[in-house]
Design a protein around this ligand. Structure first.
Ligand code: ASP
Length: 350
């Protein structure tokens, strides 16, 4: 009788121990783990006819450089968080994208930058909004994640923290580019035309997406099976009154959870906030038991389209599956998986 009782008990303990080991340990053979990374450089009215051959190549090369550099970190055993940061920093430093150098201008002719990062293993997150003088907003978001008691810092306070933590500070003109200035001038002209007949809400809604987007982001899966996501942006051209979009909002523009997926979004931020897009995709994966592709497609192509919110996402799950749906004309994007080449795409037809 005693034996009969103890055998199932010991089996139960063994099974509990195994389950706990599976939950807390890294995969047994991490050499085989499916490392992968995906990046985006913004979504919007991106059509082939708007590019010269040279411009298109320049964008593709920069995307390829960023995805390969992020992948190298993963291949060398680095963390998904580090891979996300290096990939984003390459795009922040490039004038082609709306993050760091090349960030769009506010209505007042300055740059106000937002960024966020999340670690899917711990659910630690860091976010920064409306900073004007921090050279790499994604670096600041990461330092907030690791060293601040808070998740989200904004404006002057965030900059004080950046200074205290020894991050590089720059003059706001560091982010200037002539093509973004031109976009601001055109956007203001359009806003003034509509201002006479429409309220602020309608006027901004009608601004062509060409003036709005270009945010950058990355999601990655590392050898330990950990997911991470990050996003960095200048926000929306001609934004006013300290406007903050979805990019620094955890759950809207960025989300990562090892139980489901990691997502970085780009598009009309107000919609991505209201529909908590990044977290919604991961919740669907976790609770509806559907594929990453299905979940991301539903949110981007059904929920957002119905609401009138344009844009897209990059998403990755813990098996290394990648989904990159968008409902705009194009989205700068690239990905690289274990054993594969970097895949770079811009237009819808690719
Ligand atoms: N989502 C960003 C924002 O609304 C813009 C973008 O994706 O380019 O601030």
């Amino acid at each position: 009788m005693r034996k009969i009782l103890t055998l199932p008990l010991s089996l139960a303990f063994l099974s509990l121990a195994c389950n706990q080991a599976a939950a807390f340990s890294t995969p047994a053979n991490s050499e085989q783990s499916p490392i992968a990374i995906a990046i985006h450089g913004g979504a919007g009215t991106i059509a082939k006819e708007n590019f010269t051959e040279q411009q298109e190549q320049a964008y593709r090369q920069k995307l390829e450089e960023a995805v390969n550099t992020g992948y190298k970190v993963l291949a060398e055993g680095g963390s998904s968080t580090d891979a996300v940061i290096v990939a984003i920093q390459i795009l922040e430093a490039s004038p082609y994208f709306n993050a760091g150098v090349g960030a769009v201008y506010t209505y007042d002719g300055t740059h106000e930058l937002d960024a966020s990062i999340m670690d899917g293993a711990t659910l630690e997150a860091g976010a920064v909004s409306g900073v004007k003088n921090v050279a790499s907003p994604i670096a600041l978001a990461n330092v907030i994640k690791d060293r601040s008691a808070h998740v989200m810092l904004s404006g002057e306070g965030a900059q004080d923290f950046a200074k205290e933590q020894g991050l590089e500070l720059v003059d706001n003109s560091f982010f200037d580019t002539p093509h973004r200035k031109l976009q601001l001038d055109k956007a203001i002209e359009k806003l003034h035309q509509s201002d006479e007949k429409q309220n602020d809400k309608a006027a901004y809604q009608n601004l062509d997406t060409h003036f709005k987007y270009g945010t950058v982001g990355a999601v990655a899966l590392d050898k330990e099976g950990n997911l991470a996501a990050g996003t960095s942006t200048g926000g929306m051209t001609a934004k006013r009154f300290g406007r903050i979009g979805d990019s620094p909002i955890i759950g809207a523009g960025t989300y990562a959870n090892n139980q489901s997926c990691a997502v970085s979004a780009t598009g009309h931020g107000e919609f991505f906030i209201r529909y908590h897009v990044a977290a919604d995709i991961c919740a669907r994966v976790q609770y509806q038991n559907i594929s990453l592709q299905q979940a991301a497609d539903t949110v981007v192509n059904d929920v957002l389209v119905e609401a009138g919110g344009s844009g897209g996402v990059i998403a990755i799950d813990s098996q290394g599956n990648i989904a990159m749906p968008f409902n705009s004309k194009g989205m700068y994007r690239a990905s690289k998986k274990l054993g594969g080449n970097a895949e770079v795409a811009i237009f819808k037809s690719e």
